[in-house]
Ligand binder design. Sequence first.
Ligand SMILES: Cc1ncc(COP(=O)(O)O)c(C=O)c1O
Length: 387
Amino acid sequence: MATTALMNTYGERQLTLVKGEGMYLWDDQGRRYLDALSGIAVCGLGHSHKGLADALHTQASTLLHISNLYNIEPQQRLADLLCEQSGMEKVFFSNSGAEANEAAIKLARKYGNDRGITNPTVITMNGSFHGRTMATLSATGNPKVKEGFAPLLEGFVHVDYNDIEAVRAAAQDNVVAVLVEPVQGEGGVNVPAADYLNQLRELCDEKGWLLMLDEIQTGNGRTGQLFAFQHNGITPDVVTTAKGLGNGLPVGACLARGQAAEVLQPGNHGSTYGGNPLVCQGAWTVISTLLDEGLIDNAAAQGEYFLSQLGHRLGDNAKVVNIRGKGLMIGIELDRPCAELVGKATDEGVLLNVTAGNTIRLLPPLIINREQADEVIDTVCKLVEAV
Ligand SMILES: Cc1ncc(COP(=O)(O)O)c(C=O)c1O
């Protein structure tokens, strides 16, 4: 019997998962599940990764927390690795994705205020999701998640995703930044035109705006590059990430370069836990393992396999509107609501998710192999055919 002592923010939960290893999870009845969700794009290395567990054990036995009043060696190592791999220059560490975006939004506002813009505005997209704190909720382009939380923060203008002219039309003197997901995750795995980010980069350069990419979900190898913007050969001014960075450890990062990297100064922002020795040693191990073991290339290859197989087997199905994705971030949009498929997949021994009401979402660990991909594909095809 589940406790009644938790706030009802997540609704009723059916499954109690008690153990994980690699691509698999086990429930309290001993039943095994193939994980095609990774704790919502988090566990890229899968579950109970030995190298990560050992690194955490060693770090926890050495130094867990000291605060940001002191130099933190694992934090410095992680910052160097992320900058070296992304072309960014400076990092602020947070404890979650929303907090990484909070840092980015504060950075954009200060960037504006430093230039005499006292009412700075950030352009964000319809269908976006940036988090549940008040600023990130205000930035989010989904009215449903905002309901009941008025008054929201001012300073955000929403325009259609994947529409460069809509961004251009929103230009006003007080705009300071564009905040955008390279692929919209919660909004339904929406993949924009191949040159959308390049066009945004050009427009931001022309207007003197910061290009701020929310890579909370798309970062850390998920799309087949360490960061999704690396598919486009551009560099943003600010990029935020979390989720796969810690493989389950609460860690987020706001990276910046150029003028944006100099905006936040002592006293402007901070966090007691942010970037503590434990999570940074863990995140450094995660990113190093992804790079050393070729898991980002695996994400790209397996992602292509998913799209080709799903296209081949479901492309002609009248119920399927669209199959799309990048790397191991895959959506199968149906012509009807399909939330019940989550429970049906669980019954088949596969954990997956439905987002935006009608889109089956696959976000498997980046360690997935061909056989496991086939099992997920078989299950999805069976479920869609039975709808
Ligand atoms: C693109 C994006 N931004 C921000 C967030 C918020 O991250 P967190 O739940 O860690 O606060 C999410 C979470 O789903 C996300 O997908």
